[in-house]
Design a protein around this ligand. Sequence first.
Ligand code: CP
Length: 306
Amino acid sequence: MRGLIDITDFSVEEIDSLIDVANDIIDNPKKYSEKCKGKKLATLFFEPSTRTRLSFEAAMYELGGNVIGFSEASSSSSTKGESVADTAKVISCYADIIAMRHPKEGSAYVAMKNATIPVINAGDGGHCHPTQTLADLLTIYREKGSFDNLTVGLCGDLKFGRTVHSLIGALSRYSGIKFVLISPEELKLPSYVKNDVLKKNNLPYIQTTSLEDVIGELDVLYMTRVQRERFFNEEDYLRLKDSYILDLKKLSLAKDNLSVMHPLPRVNEISVAVDNDPRACYFKQVLYGKYMRMALILKLLEEAEK
Ligand code: CP
């Protein structure tokens, strides 16, 4: 059964088509209000979430469907030792589609292999977060009109930031993209992303530790949170957590048409004063996530019925 585990599971044409559907939903919401009548989405969240879980649930309700699920591992039978594989088989008896978040890398793939309904990866450890990438792509498309020839800065925790890994995978398939990787030495992009995506596709990129040095070159600046939950050592987290704080002074060095993005939640990475700057896109990004998840649910349920 087809699901979405990694953003590159979908072709560029399929992603472009999801963007078209999401734009149509924005323009004509009533046309979609009963498309999933009688269908159930199961949200299986073994890790905390505000945006992803609630936007999936809002997406299904706005399509006329229903939602079942749990929002923490402690309220599921995983605490009694049930495996992800068994959970996926069980939920396949109750629902039509699954959105699952889990702290372990590869868990969504295991769920997909064992479910008889589509599985959507809503974040698996430090690996991937493909539906955040769908939100990011719609945001970039609506802000810039195209994905080609953009200089995209990714700033913060590039090591554990699963949204960064998925976004690089998605953007690497468009032409003329240049990446600027801004991080402390300890939180650099993992070599598997660098080798398998950037080097393999001959994509231009630079690595730097200074946001100020490069902010003026960027079309998109994607800020990220230092991921406390992925650190083994609290001291390292405390030392690195405030490495980059985007404030109005730094933003004054940027282009007038820069798009500032962040998958959220934000801790200190973007000063609240930046929220009122027209270049701040991160709350629009939240809203666009719901529309892309609506388009995704529609696509996967249509394919499952074939
Ligand atoms: N961006 C994101 O995944 O947010 P949540 O953790 O709140 O779902």
